[in-house]
Design a protein around this ligand. Structure first.
Ligand code: SF4
Length: 289
């Protein structure tokens, strides 16, 4: 690895990053201008994607059904807007200390519609929004799992991302080759409300990596009382599902299958999960999740 790339990764980790991946800009050539980093920074040569974990304990109160607010702070608002933001900004400062421009990108969802008009012919309307989970796949950090949530080999679904565009030519990381998601459960075992639709599967292809993703009925997820939260940035974006029953079941399954690097002394799921509004009921011992 070249010295600048190594130094940037080391600095990001010292600033709190759990995950750092780099994509060269050529990996975004199939991305529409409305979501393409080159629309924001035409001279960009690299995209540095930075992730920090949602600690497993942050989900404990949600899993037990007794404390939902702590996840909203440590797992969502503060994690995005304080912890990952500071790590990203410190890394951007480091890149600029080495004479390369660094554009920090907050996790604004790509579903946010344009709020202006193009400033010149051929330009997309502002604001261009980058899909950071898509960028994390392009930076080699993981994949999009069957439930439509990003998975890393280290944490499964437990992380949040920000990114930096830079004109520095950095050494890219390889695209993750081995699948994390094993499609271990039927959709109805993942979502008691029927929002995960196996009959609406699509195959995503990002940088040659193919991923089968179920259809997700976000209209149902917006009504979900099982740990989902409204999107913190825009109502047009999907709700946050990282604390929801579907994602917590995914965490439990990946841990039990030994597919995650971040391991624990005790399993995540210790008793039958609660469900606030169900089409079918979990009964102790009936469902092995
Ligand atoms: S967020 Fe709720 S409704 Fe949506 S898939 Fe997950 S458990 Fe089902």
């Amino acid at each position: 690895m070249d010295r600048l790339t190594q130094a940037i990764k080391d600095h990001a980790r010292q600033a709190g990053a759990d995950l750092v991946g780099i994509a060269d800009i050529a990996r975004f050539k199939d991305v529409a201008p409305e979501h393409n980093p080159l629309s924001i920074m035409p001279e960009a040569r690299s995209v540095v994607v930075i992730g920090r974990r949602i600690t497993r304990g942050t989900l404990r109160g949600v899993e037990e059904g007794t404390q939902m607010s702590q996840y909203g702070m440590y797992g969502y608002d503060w994690l995005d807007n304080r912890f990952v933001a500071i790590t990203t900004f410190r890394t951007a400062e480091f890149i600029e200390d080495h004479r390369w421009e660094a554009v920090p990108l907050a996790p604004l969802p790509p579903q946010i519609p344009p709020s202006g008009i193009p400033v010149r012919p051929g330009s997309p309307a502002p604001n261009v929004m980058i899909d950071l989970e898509d960028a994390a796949v392009r930076a080699g950090l993981g994949e999009i799992g069957y439930c439509g949530v990003f998975l890393s080999p280290r944490f499964g679904p437990r992380q949040r991302f920000q990114a930096i565009l830079t004109d520095a030519e950095l050494e890219p990381d390889p695209i993750l080759a081995e699948a994390i998601c094993q499609r271990c459960l039927e959709p109805e075992k993942l979502c008691p409300l029927g929002a995960i639709r196996g009959d609406q599967e699509t195959t995503l292809e990002i940088c040659g990596r193919k991923m089968v993703v179920a259809g997700i009925d976000y209209g149902i997820c917006r009504t979900c009382k099982n740990g989902a939260r409204p999107n913190a940035y825009h109502q047009a974006a999907p709700p946050d599902r990282l604390g929801a029953l579907c994602t917590r079941t995914c965490i439990s399954q990946l841990e039990r299958a030994g597919r995650l690097e971040n391991t624990f002394e005790h399993p995540f799921r210790k008793r039958a999960p609660w469900a606030a509004v169900v089409k079918w009921e979990y009964r102790e011992g009936e469902l092995d999740i």
